[in-house]
Design a protein around this ligand. Sequence first.
Ligand code: NZQ
Ligand code: ZN
Length: 381
Amino acid sequence: MKKFVYEYKTKVYFGQGAAKEHLEEAVSAYGNRVMLAYGGGSIKKNGIYEELRLILEHTGKTVIDFSGIMSNPTYKKVQEGANLAKKEKIDFILAVGGGSVIDCCKIIAAQAKTEKDLWEMEMIQHQYPTDVIPMGAVVTASGTGAEMNGGAVITNEEKQIKTGMIAEPPRFAILDPDYTMSVPHMQVISGAFDTLSHAMETYFGNSDQDNVSDDVALAIMRNTVVNMRRLINNIDDIEARGNLMWDSAMAENGILKVGRVTDFQAHQIEHQLGAFTDCNHGQGLAVIHPAYYRHIVKDAKEKFNRFAKEVFHADTAEKGVEALTDFIKECKLPTKMKELKSKVEITPEILSKVAQTCNVIPCNPRELSRDEIYDILMECM
Ligand code: NZQ
Ligand code: ZN
């Protein structure tokens, strides 16, 4: 194990009715002016907006809406939110949505407290925010685990970069499986695949073979696969939704990552694919993972053997990768670039730009060359 300091900063309220039961208490410690931030309007259709707004108003808060946070949130949207937060003297931000809303709010919370350009501060000066507007998250679509960490994935459209920024984690997260029941089928499944990917990407980073996080990661993978299969049979299975909601938080709350290195090369490739195409994150990962793993399976044979056996009951490393590929098909997730919804046609030129601009992870399990990343992407065409 490598050295680490670990602290859980996010208080979690899990279960049906969690907002009704706990939101009042959760926001009581913070100031009066609350920014209620959300996406394209799903929370207005399913009644979540109304329910939360009434609770906030009942506790005497002044509620200021910030809406229209898009999937793959942009840095421009962050600036819009930060300007509003400054103008309205916001004391607390309540992010209501999936990973996109939660991530956008994490960076709004930090940008609103500084006159410096946060992108420049983080990417060039390598300085990270310490002063933020406190925020909480109400998860309405699970998968990213954004509600329990301090990372935020933001798209800088001008620079054509989608990458992780660092801020503070939410002070609390409300996880009510009921709130996810209106999420479209494909988003439910692609979100859950993102969770599976997080556990795989952590597991395939180098670690001592008896590192406990490998055991936990494999358990999360198994549980995610089991519950995704339950949802394939019955998308309205609320127990399975709840199980996946907690898998999602567990995979990205940091517990798997302490004391070890991680891989996350598939994520780095997908994020840049997203920068050029605006594709759905979980779907992009579903396309990339099998091709990537076919390239590295021989470099981490023992780990892939264990993955094959314990997650998919397959008896060799290679069969494990094929079982993952079959599982992606079983979930009816995209398997080729052409199946992704993209704002531009995905051409070899675009894929070359992705390969040239994505982050390359130094050694886990093996450092890829940009040519090989291009090959991997082309195999997904
Ligand atoms: O915008 P609305 O109208 O709310 O619709 C959303 C959106 O279209 C819809 N939705 C959410 N809750 C709903 C609902 N529709 C009906 N009923 C509900 N209850 O779902 C759609 C997708 O939402 P989005 O937040 O974009 O999805 P997701 O949670 O997958 O988040 C993706 C973003 O998170 C980043 C991704 O890169 C991407 O930008 N990630 C963040 C991570 C983190 N901070 O730890 C880790 C991940 O690896 C990931 O990179
Ligand atoms: Zn992800």
